[in-house]
Design a protein around this ligand. Structure first.
Ligand code: ME8
Length: 695
């Protein structure tokens, strides 16, 4: 069944240029849109800029120009970025557009006329950068609890939206699943927020303090609070309250239809993507505003409730949130210029478990590119096409009629069957789970990192297949066996490229072209084994992904994540290598993949803290090699260095060396966790010779 899938990103403030955090949110939403199209859904994708309020007024003042001119210039930094990152948005909305102003004023007037917006004398603590009032109790050490900055005492008349009336209906909508919030831990956070009495919302700012905003239609001394204005963009854009179409009417979902007709087509099938920093505004202010508006326009109070929210974590740099105000930002265009848009898309989707935080490191980005894109995926295509060229004249061998004949072929077929499981679509809505999952389940639950990981598991099984079936050898005296192996490899590659297309749209279209498949990936419901026609002509071409020298950064404390994994709630801030190893073990592997891992016993010769790191210890471990190994391990919170000296430990010995905090680490010490979450060494039951292997 075709469903509607209307996706929005936050509208970004035009107080500075975009960074990786903004890019991530829009890329992830784009991947979701493309993946939903793969499921056969109809999609519509909105982004835009938030152009009113104090921050923008101040940014313009700093530049000595009018706010409108500032917005006209700066919004382009966002608008021009998205196509460069291959984000196929359908509409770009700006909150300074007249059509949006009209909707905000229409909404306010109606709320006012129905007594849902009322004037009050109000005194409170005000945070200027966040444009928010706080009560005395909410302050943290006398400062803004959100940003930690100084607050000022203000007393003034303001207009209030009677938000408190809608606390219970909102709670009911969340607990019943009528509003879905992913991951579930964020829903719990919102419910926790609703446990405290919900205040009414101050939706005005006196012009004496802020001029840059939408004037209240019933009181010309005030402009609208920027969040009340901004949140409405999601509805304005598709015709709420009979909004005008965008200037370029072709961007409208149905260009010839009225605002109301467009809105009714797409609302409330909406999914809002947002960062965790704007959880309350989106999941409390916005639904209650829509309940108030529904009531004011004589609709059932839940008529316009949005359907779902996907709350993403933060990109950190040196373990601090990447943010315009702190200035520790990575420019997505720099990454694009160096590595191309798809490497950036791949890195951010693959590295970050949706909902959790992750560290951004150029080094990790290059490693993922070199290992996963260039080696595993790109080289696989080159190897297969070269073999088909050499032994089958560049034509897809005839599809075999019988069952798979080798373990490697069976492993590929089993995985494909699991990923495409036809009953997957009914199994949606779950957030937790960390095994290979049917693609439809991962997509509908927004586990898009899982989609990437599972498709890569398929790619690595295809590499094992080429290695093991060795068609380059069998072709010499058993051509049908080579044909069977290569058909399986090509067909597996077609399916992998189809699954990866939402993340790597250009590269995957090229893979499909080169192996003689339809370039437009088929919808998942039509995707099945054996569709690649025998005799189709393959095309050659240059490698899909270049390899780059790894820039050694000293910033990252945590080793690169090998497999992105889901963690059920509660969330942990950063995925550690230990979690990764434990979780990765649940992904089905073939025996050769296990054999590639060199596990050894060693004993700890010395252990010392790493300067400036709270997590790392620097260990010297005797693995019976010429020299003890230096290994950095993130276990400082669980062990005193002295407790480790002389202990035997289990080491992942063939982990590629990397630099952390300026020190080279060569290997990984394996640990588990006790019930209190403390790390525990994994050791042999009694002493064994150092350097001994583990099978
Ligand atoms: O909040 N990591 O705009 P904004 C991940 N205008 N995502 C990040 C991030 C980081 N370090 N920094 C920012 C606003 N983001 C309002 C929104 S919507 C009606 C109004 C992402 O430009 C994250 O999604 O400050 C954040 O919520 C969004 O950028 C908007 O940031």
């Amino acid at each position: 069944m075709t469903s509607k899938f209307y996706v929005t990103t936050p509208i970004y403030y035009v107080n500075d240029k975009p960074h990786i955090g903004h890019a991530y949110c829009t890329i992830l939403a784009d991947v979701a849109v493309r993946a939903h199209r793969l499921l056969g859904d109809q999609t519509y994708f909105l982004t835009g800029t938030d152009e009113h309020g104090q921050k923008v007024q101040e940014a313009a003042q700093k530049r000595g120009i009018e706010p409108q001119q500032h917005c006209d210039e700066l919004h382009l930094a966002f608008k021009d970025l998205w196509p460069q990152l291959l984000c196929g948005t359908n509409q770009f909305i700006r909150t300074t557009e007249p059509r949006h102003r009209a909707v905000v004023q229409r909404a306010l007037q109606q709320l006012h006329d129905r007594g849902l917006v009322v004037p009050r004398e109000f005194e409170g603590w005000y945070c200027v950068p966040d444009e928010r009032f706080w009560t005395e109790k909410e302050l943290s050490d006398g400062k803004c609890p959100a940003c930690g900055r100084q607050v000022v005492r203000l007393k003034e008349k303001n207009w209030f939206f009677l938000m408190s009336q809608f606390a219970e209906p909102l709670r009911a909508a969340i607990t019943s699943g009528r509003i879905a919030i992913a991951p579930a831990s964020r829903a719990n956070e919102v419910l926790g927020f609703l446990d405290k009495p919900l205040q009414d919302l101050c939706i005005s700012r006196p012009k004496s303090r802020l001029q840059w905003g939408i004037e209240l239609p019933f009181d010309r001394d005030f402009v609208t609070y920027v969040w009340f204005d901004a949140l409405l963009n999601y509805a304005t854009a598709i015709g709420f309250l009979d909004a005008e179409p965008p200037t370029d009417a072709a961007q409208w979902p149905q260009p010839s239809a009225s605002g109301t007709a467009n809105f009714d087509q797409w609302w409330p099938a909406v999914t809002h993507f947002l960062g965790k920093d704007i959880l309350t505004t989106h999941t409390v202010y916005w639904p209650t505003m829509l309940m108030g508006l529904a009531q004011a326009f004589d609709k059932p109070h839940d008529a316009w409730l949005p359907r779902q929210f996907v709350v993403t974590g933060w990109w950190l740099l040196d373990n601090a949130k990447m943010s315009k105000s702190i200035g520790n930002v990575v420019n997505p265009l720099d990454m694009r210029a160096k590595y191309g848009p798809e490497v950036l898309r791949w890195f951010v989707v693959r590295e970050m478990v949706v909902g959790q935080d992750a560290n951004f490191s150029e080094e990790a980005l290059v490693r993922r590119n070199n290992v996963e894109l260039a080696n595993d995926f790109g080289n696989l295509l080159q190897r297969i096409t070269a073999l088909v060229d050499k032994y089958f004249g560049g034509q897809v061998p005839t599809p075999p009629s019988g069952a798979p004949t080798t373990d490697a072929q069976r492993a590929v077929r089993e995985l494909v069957a699991m990923l495409l499981r036809p009953d997957a679509a009914s199994d949606d809505g779950q957030w937790a789970g960390d095994r290979v999952a049917p693609v439809a389940v991962s997509v509908r639950a927004f586990r898009l990192h899982r989609l990437a990981a599972d498709a890569m598991t398929l790619v690595s099984r295809l590499n094992v297949l080429v290695q093991h079936d060795a068609p380059f050898r069998t072709a010499r005296d058993d051509l049908p066996a080579a044909a069977q192996s290569l058909y399986c490899a090509l067909e597996g590659l077609r399916i992998a490229a189809t699954l990866l297309q939402p993340i790597l749209p250009m590269a995957c279209a090229e893979v499909l072209r080169r192996i003689g498949a339809d370039q437009q990936a088929r919808p998942l419901s039509e995707l099945s084994w054996g569709q690649l026609p025998g005799g189709a002509q393959l095309a050659n071409g240059p490698p899909l992904f270049a390899k780059y020298d790894v820039p050694i950064s000293v910033a990252a404390e945590v080793a690169p994540v090998v497999v992105a994994v889901d963690k059920p709630a509660p969330l942990r801030p950063v995925q550690s290598p230990v979690d990764t190893l434990i979780e990765a073990a649940r992904v089905p592997v073939v025996i050769d993949q296990f054999a590639a891992i060199d596990l050894r016993i060693g004993h700890v010769v010395s252990a010392a803290p790493v300067p400036k790191s709270t997590k790392l210890l620097c260990l010297s471990i005797d693995l019976s090699e010429a020299q003890p190994r230096q290994i950095l391990s993130g276990i400082a919170e669980s062990f005193a260095p002295a407790d480790l000296i002389g202990q035997q430990v289990l080491v992942l010995a063939n982990l590629a060396p990397r630099k952390m905090m300026g020190l080279i680490s060569h290997g990984m010490v394996l640990v588990s966790e006790d019930a209190q979450g403390r790390r525990v060494l994994v050791q042999p039951a009694h002493p064994v010779p150092n350097g001994g292997t583990v099978r």
